[in-house]
Design a protein around this ligand. Structure first.
Ligand code: Q9C
Ligand code: ZN
Length: 375
């Protein structure tokens, strides 16, 4: 299987994020890609493919053009407002604030008004290189899509930053551009046929759901921690099934805490039946590995062997498949977990794990209650 990756992701290297008012070390860090790349580099089953620039047009198919323009200069215009290299909104355009008022256009004056207009949380830091890294992640996803459209059965896009929380007109949840949505849109345009997105990240892909909510030709199917307890809280319930022409083309499968491999695979069976019945001609997988039993910010119970079996089962759909990396935060095991999922997909033996430590932690990150030095 070909896999795609660029060094541009390193330009997005925030040191801090804010959860419930508490600053802590950033979770979505460059080492994530380095761990996965190291695991695939030494494995003859995987070949590095060439990443090509695709420009803005494919991004404009799924994002508001004004959001793309804003993101390009957002860090520079906000920089004078923060004492640190990261920028976060202090005021977001809450729906209730605008209730009963006419829709208001994108602010042009205050940089902080613009930041709170486009960004919905305090966990999505912007640093100097964020825009370039986000553009790079889209190019990675599109290069993998090109490989599949030219006949490869499957390809793996090692995207960073991730994408599935980014909606048409909003960034959040560590996500800036929705890499999987751009890939699905490009696949739809090239193939003409219906396309399915299977989202197996721990978190509901609110952005991907929103982008395609009224579209019949893009099926969105997601398994995730129940939003009654898990970010992004406001979306991902089973009752959300699409609207208008897209009615029935969104399906959500919220999961209970500590869900095991066996329980997960049973729900996956139902989810894949929906995809098989849809007549989809191509598949995009939003692959999050934060469903791992030791992932520090999540609470499901999947194992490395479970990832192998899930990859194996998804392959049996028999569809041309672009696999797009989303979350996964157990640094020490992230590489072997990704490799296990992908080796399952290609039907190769799981392979050796290498040394593992077994505490539930974010790998080499310091405990998140320890503030970074500069705060
Ligand atoms: N208090 C991805 O996995 N943190 N994004 C939740 C709960 C944000 C995850 C904090 C999780 C975003 C791509
Ligand atoms: Zn996630």
């Amino acid at each position: 299987m070909k896999w795609f990756c660029t060094q541009l992701h390193q330009l997005h290297d925030p040191s801090v994020e804010v959860w419930a008012g508490t600053p802590g070390p950033a979770t979505e860090v460059p080492a994530r890609v380095e761990m996965i790349a190291a695991a695939l580099d030494g494995d003859a089953a995987f070949t590095a493919g060439e990443v090509r620039e695709h420009g803005r047009d494919p991004i404009e198919q799924v994002h508001e053009p004004a959001l793309i323009r804003w993101l390009e200069s957002a860090w520079a215009e906000c920089r004078p407002h923060s004492a640190y290299p990261e920028i976060f909104p202090d005021t977001v355009r809450h729906a209730g604030m605008m209730e009963g008022l006419a829709d208001q256009a994108e602010p042009t004056s205050s940089p902080l008004a613009r930041l709170g207009y486009w960004c919905f949380d305090t966990m999505t830091p912007m640093v100097e290189g964020t825009y370039q890294a986000a553009r790079g992640a889209v190019d990675v996803a599109l290069s993998a899509t090109d490989a599949v459209l030219s006949g490869d059965r499957a390809a793996y896009a090692l995207c960073r930053p991730p994408g599935h929380h980014a909606a048409r007109s909003a960034i959040g949840g560590f996500c800036y551009f929705n890499n999987a949505a751009v890939a699905a849109s490009a696949m739809l345009e090239a193939s003409g046929g219906p396309v399915a997105i299977l989202d197996v990240d721990y978190h509901h892909g609110n952005g991907t759901q929103q982008i395609f909510y009224d579209r019949a030709e893009v099926l969105y199917v997601s398994l995730h921690g129940d939003p009654d307890r898990a970010f992004p809280y406001y979306t991902g319930r089973a009752a959300e099934t699409g609207t208008g022409k897209g009615s029935g083309a969104t399906r959500n499968f919220p999961l209970a805490a500590r869900c095991t491999d066996q329980e997960y695979l049973a729900v996956l069976e139902t989810a894949l039946d929906v995809i098989a019945a849809s007549g989809a001609a191509g598949l995009v997988v939003s692959l999050g590995l934060d469903t791992y039993e030791l992932d520090a910010i999540c609470d499901l119970g999947l194992t490395r062997d479970g990832f192998w079996r899930i990859g194996r089962r998804v392959e049996r759909l028999g569809l041309p498949t672009v696999i797009v990396q989303e979350g996964g935060y157990h640094l020490a095991h992230l590489g072997i977990n990704a490799r296990s999922w992908l080796r399952g997909f290609i039907g190769a033996e799981p392979g050796s794990a290498g040394p593992q430590r077994h505490e539930r932690s974010g790998g080499s990150l310091p405990p998140r209650h320890l503030l970074p030095q500069h705060l």
